[in-house]
Design a protein around this ligand. Structure first.
Ligand code: GDP
Ligand code: MN
Length: 429
């Protein structure tokens, strides 16, 4: 069970199955729902940035890199420029920073070392803040209802707060039947650490955020910081909103705001071919049919001490094209040192899959071991085809045996690579 949770949470973390919006789009939505946001305009060229700053019309402003990742404030650009959030004092400065941000990659603790491209900047008026709080609305699987997470210790490092001062983080499950009542709103408002004057506005903001969460099929609404200004207004200074992809059909406007430049090119490509492909950081590439079996496959890999390199569900059909594309995706990752094909031949017969696998493997230059576990209709014929093919594909019917084998082989190849020894698993033998 623990393994399942491990894998599942990892997928949830890396997945792009929840649409994320840029901050400036999120701010527009929050504004529509009556939540206070700083006045601001997006810009996609340095000239636009200068004009955006003029339109903001204040002396004190902030320029913010529009990159779909948290931790921008503490991020670093690949050019060396420190910080994806900068205080500025003039339209000229907006232009200067925009020149240094646009077209470059921002690396934050959420982007990984390769960073994410900055395709836009957001110029906002600067707020003068007396307190920074944290608030998020998420789906809580355990209680099967939304949950509001609130803390008075908002700002840049909520992960640090969660690790060091877990008491400072309050969690409130929201009953679906009642939603956020006045009582719940007031209690959570009290947890934010704002002054008495700001409490009513905070309670209202919590209700507005919850309404947005429900109306727009959000999977996440995270405001960090939700700030109290020196004149006691409550303002969402940053917003990270996520939306359930299954709701795309009824949230057309929101889904039209998707920015593909922020997503992994391989994953987009895979989705086009009907593959559900999500990169992970392990070493064992997985090719599986069915999402449930794909999850179980990752779990059993973990159970035998391995680490999956990806989640991949190639759909019920498992056609030759799907298998080819899947193997291309898997083998394009350098860290992959073993491939686990786990296919249940129900809709499609095992011998057909085996033929597909053999023909693809023959045409590709694969130099890591492949372990194939086929089960289902015509499984004997499938194993005969694989052993007659002369290819070095390890063929199993038992899931445990297959998983153990692939973990073992992958470990050997990884170790060999580390000490620069060439273990040949080239196909054919
Ligand atoms: P993140 O690092 O990606 O979460 O980006 P944020 O939008 O949260 O910006 C980083 C930090 O900059 C915030 O946590 C604030 O502390 C600070 N910040 C951003 N805008 C303002 C502003 O208008 N006034 C003040 N005082 N701080 C700001
Ligand atoms: Mn933030």
């Amino acid at each position: 069970m623990l393994n399942r949770q491990l894998c599942s949470s990892k997928v949830a973390h890396t997945t792009k199955r929840h649409l994320s919006l840029h901050e400036y789009r999120s701010a527009q939505l929050l504004d529509r729902y009556g939540v206070g946001v700083p006045k601001g305009f997006p810009a996609f060229t340095p000239e636009e940035a200068e004009n955006a700053a003029k339109a903001v019309g204040k002396e004190d402003m902030v320029i913010k890199a529009q990159v779909l990742a948290g931790g921008r404030g503490k991020g670093v650009f690949d050019t060396g420029l420190k910080g994806g959030v900068k205080l500025i004092g003039s339209p000229y400065e907006a232009k200067l920073y925009a020149e240094q941000m646009l077209g470059h990659k921002l690396i934050t603790k959420q982007t990984g070392p390769q960073g994410k491209p900055c395709t836009g900047v957001y110029i906002v008026e600067r707020e003068f803040v007396r307190r920074e709080a944290y608030i998020a609305i998420l789906m809580d699987r355990t209680n099967q209802c939304p949950m509001i997470v609130a803390s008075s210790e908002g700002g840049m490092d909520i992960e640090g707060v969660a690790a060091e001062h877990p008491d400072a983080i309050h969690q409130t499950p929201i009953p679906l039947a009642t939603g956020v009542t006045d009582e719940i709103a007031n209690t959570i408002a009290g947890q934010l650490g704002f002054s008495i004057q700001a409490q009513p506005a905070a309670a209202q903001a919590i209700k507005d955020l919850y309404k947005l969460f429900q109306d727009k099929d959000c999977t996440q609404v995270e405001i960090n910081p939700l700030s109290e200004t020196t004149d006691h207004r409550v303002v969402a200074m940053d917003a990270k909103l996520g939306f359930d992809d299954n709701a795309a059909f009824r949230q057309e406007e929101i889904f039209s705001w998707r920015d593909l430049s922020q997503e992994d090119a391989d994953e987009i490509e895979a989705a086009r071919d009907g593959l559900n492909f999500i990169k992970l950081d392990g070493t064992i590439g997985c090719l599986v049919n069915g999402a449930g079996l794909a999850m179980a496959t990752m779990d059993i890999i973990k159970l035998y001490g391995g680490d999956p390199a990806n989640f991949l569900d190639c759909g019920g059909g498992a056609t030759i094209d799907a298998i080819r594309h899947a193997l291309q995706l898997i083998t394009s990752e350098r860290q992959v040192t073993g491939i686990f094909v786990n296919i249940f031949g129900g809709i499609v017969r095992c011998d057909i899959i085996a033929k597909g696998l053999i023909s693809v493997a023959q045409s590709m230059d694969i130099n890591v071991p492949i372990v194939a576990r086929l089960q289902g209709t015509n499984v004997e014929e499938a194993h005969r085809l694989i052993s007659d093919s002369g290819l070095k594909i390890f063929s199993f019917t038992d899931l445990d045996d297959a998983a153990q084998k692939v973990c073992q082989l992958s470990k050997v190849v990884s170790m060999a690579r580390e000490i620069d020894v060439n273990v040949s698993f080239e196909l054919p033998l």
